[in-house]
Design a protein around this ligand. Sequence first.
Ligand SMILES: Nc1nc2c(ncn2[C@@H]2O[C@H](COP(=O)(O)OP(=O)(O)O)[C@@H](O)[C@H]2O)c(=O)[nH]1
Ligand SMILES: [Mg+2]
Length: 271
Amino acid sequence: MIGKTGGGKSAAGNTIVGKRVLRSSTSAVSQTKSCEKVLVTRGRNIEVIDTPGILDTNKSADSIKNEIAKCLKLSYPGPHVFLLVLQIGRFTKEEENSIDALEKLFGPLVSNYMIVLFTHGDQLKGKSIVEFIQSGHPKLRQLIDRCGNRFHVFNNKKKCKRFQVVELIKKIDELVEENGRQPFGEEMYEEMWQSEERQVGDTKREDKPTEEHLPLTSSFMADLLQKMILFQATLAATDRTNTDDDPGQSVAPTDSHLYLSEAKSVIETAP
Ligand SMILES: Nc1nc2c(ncn2[C@@H]2O[C@H](COP(=O)(O)OP(=O)(O)O)[C@@H](O)[C@H]2O)c(=O)[nH]1
Ligand SMILES: [Mg+2]
């Protein structure tokens, strides 16, 4: 799960798991200090990895690099899906730039593994999520389009949440099939493995790494830091062409701009 602080990632993780295991709160400060993996077993194993807001631009590239490295380890041999968590009624510049930025970090194939997961479904007030998207900001529609038109909505406050989870898992299963059941980032993990062989100067090792022993060499980390800097610059970029053709809903160059066409009453919780 990827998104900005306060978007509802931890709450969504709890909805998926069916228990309150991840810390979730209204605080503008991230309650999720570091990546965490939780396992849910309901006839099958599902691993959910919660992350602190890696789309927040007030964090240093170096600290986010370390979080990403931890996520890579936790998700070895690669995630089957990235859930890009967006809060209904909030769509910030960083979220708008998120796909471009994530492609800089993980490569262009990452969008083949993305599903946009909206939270705060209760804010739809009777509207369907499709209606919300269709009447929403063009940039939001573009983002969903780039994610192969895959999206889902959670109301994490709903009493009975199973149905929405079942529907999400169905969408994930379809995506997994579309991707030939291959997890994301095989080459990236392969590259880590090989860079360790180069560093150690070993003859080729037979054993594949396990999650705990996944090598993250200094050259891999240095490369990751470079990508992280590019990632953050892309997140913070302001699209100036936007203002001319769409003056009513232009993207303000602030960190916390809200597209209020849909949910005027939503309280901004991001820093
Ligand atoms: N009304 C409502 N509140 C939600 C929903 N999902 C999350 N929240 C609240 O939004 C706040 C931020 O959620 P959190 O899971 O900590 O966000 P994170 O920083 O992305 O992990 C918390 O107060 C949650 O209770 C939702 O679907 N509906
Ligand atoms: Mg959290």
